[in-house]
Ligand binder design. Structure first.
Ligand SMILES: Nc1ncnc2c1ncn2[C@@H]1O[C@H](COP(=O)(O)OP(=O)(O)OP(=O)(O)O)[C@@H](O)[C@H]1O
Ligand SMILES: [Mg+2]
Length: 225
């Protein structure tokens, strides 16, 4: 199969005390292996909601998600967390690095959780740091890095288990223009190596790097390119 991911009529409704919020109203999306999908939409349009469903962090209200040829939400929560750990790499808006661990340890953790040997894991973590030109900072804590450097560590962490899919939620949200461009170059390079990426952003400038660009508007996706 050529598609790594197929969303069919995904809906997401939040039920609050006095309010029902229909955030996603029927999202259909096919993601081909090796593509770089960008979903562009204003703040509050539901980008994180959508990405969290794709990443199995949250269940949809309705619809189906076919990931790696299996129905994602037929799995229970334990199985989902295993799928997430092994097959999906997440890069969040605010890096979510663990403050008390070094860069190298932060990158290594998902592989150690996955049962890979420490020796093999740390070798690979170091290779990833070298690729990102950050090997000299391997023992630093996240608080001792710049915002752009932290995001690079978050990307390395997302790559440690060789995921089938990389998900990025506004990864350049806090970065200046120079660091944003460096980060985008990194994503473009990963895509050129064959990685499948879904990135969500409110920036039209950033959206341009995608091979497939969609606009999330009023709960639905519209192809822009
Ligand atoms: N747990 C929740 N309960 C109720 N409403 C929620 C919840 N999470 C998100 N929402 C609402 O759903 C809508 C979409 O939120 P979401 O975080 O997906 O937007 P977004 O496109 O990622 O925005 P941003 O660009 O600001 O990150 C918003 O109106 C938000 O208030
Ligand atoms: Mg968001």
């Amino acid at each position: 199969m050529n598609n790594i991911l197929e969303l069919s009529h995904i809906t997401k409704t939040y039920f609050l005390k006095n309010e029902t919020i229909n955030v996603l109203k029927g999202v259909d999306l096919e993601v081909k292996k090796g593509s770089f999908v960008v979903v562009f939409g204003p703040s509050g349009s539901g980008k994180s909601t959508l990405l969290n469903i794709v990443g199995s962090l949250d269940r949809p209200t309705g619809g189906s998600v076919l990931f790696d040829a299996l129905e994602l939400f037929s799995h229970d929560d334990n199985e989902l967390s295993e799928i997430r750990n092994k097959k999906i790499g997440f890069v969040f808006q605010f890096h979510h690095l663990l403050a008390e661990f070094s860069c190298l340890e932060n990158i290594a953790l998902p592989a150690l959780v996955n049962g890979i040997s420490p020796k093999q894991t740390y070798e690979k973590a170091l290779q990833l740091l070298e690729k990102l030109n950050m090997a000299d900072k391997k023992n630093r804590l996240p608080s001792q890095l710049s915002g752009g450097e932290r995001q690079r560590i978050a990307i390395a962490r997302a790559l440690i288990n060789d995921p089938l899919l990389i998900l990025a939620d506004e990864p350049a949200g806090n970065l200046d223009e120079d660091n944003t461009n460096k980060l985008l170059e990194l994503f473009v390079g990963l895509n050129a190596e064959g990685r499948t990426i879904i990135l969500v952003t409110h920036s039209l400038d950033i959206a341009k790097v995608g091979t497939d660009v969609y606009n999330l508007k009023e709960g639905r996706l519209y192809a822009m390119r």
